[in-house]
Design a protein. Structure first.
Length: 207
């Protein structure tokens, strides 16, 4: 049976950092928490195997909450993640399983407790959805490559209707980029997804 870490707050975390190969990984100095969700893999092993098949050194997130609400730690916080381009050396990645975008009560409670614990450890840390991280990274790519276009972000975009509006604007701009110089930008624009969707507001407490 894998060890369970019990924090001073009483938070229980299953320690699975032994599944990560740290060779060649950089250090992590977190200034934000990036929230993700998965609707495909309800268990730790399912996500771990998926990420290994993609060539990752282990699970890409630092923490994963499964369908039972159990919290797993997959990476030391001080080790870089593999969950959000542009953020992997200065963030803590959390993913939570949510069938059809809906959270069970115990999963929501676990998510909030984990976030509260991390905020107590890093009082100045900001908490953002993966969608926001994607938009910020895309804007950085555009700016660094001489493009004047910048996509605006607000948490209203986590709703499906508003996200569709953003996606239409992104797709139109993607279609205007045709040179090889823009291939990296086009890949990121095409990959934009609404993660973790509206459940972000269910996990994010007002501070």
């Amino acid at each position: 049976m894998k060890p369970t870490t019990i924090m001073p707050s009483g938070l229980k975390i299953e320690d699975r950092v032994d599944t990560l190969s740290t060779d060649g990984l950089r250090t992590n100095s977190p200034d934000c928490i990036v929230i993700h969700s998965t609707r495909t893999y309800p268990t730790f092993e399912g996500v771990l195997n998926c990420h290994r098949q993609r060539g990752f050194a282990g699970m890409g997130y630092h923490f994963f909450i499964d369908y039972t609400g159990t919290i797993y730690q997959a990476r030391p916080i001080q080790t870089e993640g593999a969950h959000a381009l542009g953020f992997n050396t200065h963030s803590i990645g959390i993913s939570i399983f949510s069938k059809d975008g809906n959270l069970k009560v115990r999963s929501r409670r676990s998510g909030r407790k984990l976030i509260d614990y991390l905020v107590s450890e890093y009082p100045e840390i900001r908490i953002i959805p993966h969608l926001q991280a994607q938009v910020e990274y895309i804007n950085t790519l555009l700016r660094n490559n001489g493009h004047k276009t910048q996509f605006q972000y607000s948490n209203d975009m986590l709703g499906e209707e508003n996200f569709r509006r953003l996606k239409v604007a992104v797709d139109l701009y993607t279609g205007s980029l045709s040179t090889e110089k823009n291939e990296q930008i086009k890949r990121q624009l095409k990959a934009l997804k609404n993660c973790p969707g509206a459940l972000f507001k269910k996990l994010r407490r007002t501070r």
